[in-house]
Write a protein that binds this ligand. Sequence first.
Ligand code: FES
Length: 114
Amino acid sequence: MTKITLKVNGKAVSGDVPDETLLSVFLRENLRLTGTHVGCDTSQCGACVVHVDGKAMKSCTMLAASAEGAAVTTVEGLAKSKDELHPMQVAFKENHGLQCGFCTPGMIMTATDM
Ligand code: FES
């Protein structure tokens, strides 16, 4: 087990996790931030992208322990408020920038970094 402490969407969080816990699993199962999706689980699809210290990262290939001390932003933390989407979210919405929608959170996080 590893004790990790990090900031997620501006809030300090901590937890004891098995050493092999992926960041995607920690976000989804420990923090219940299910906007981060897991599609391929092999670093190919990008559905799991979050920002780690401002850079887009595939959370399915990063250990949660590697995020120790980092600032992580998930798609849930991108908008300023529930009433005001991030401009990239607005752009996706206005241009119907999705297919089935499963990968959309990852595409938005990747596009925001770019
Ligand atoms: Fe496909 Fe992470 S789930 S790249």
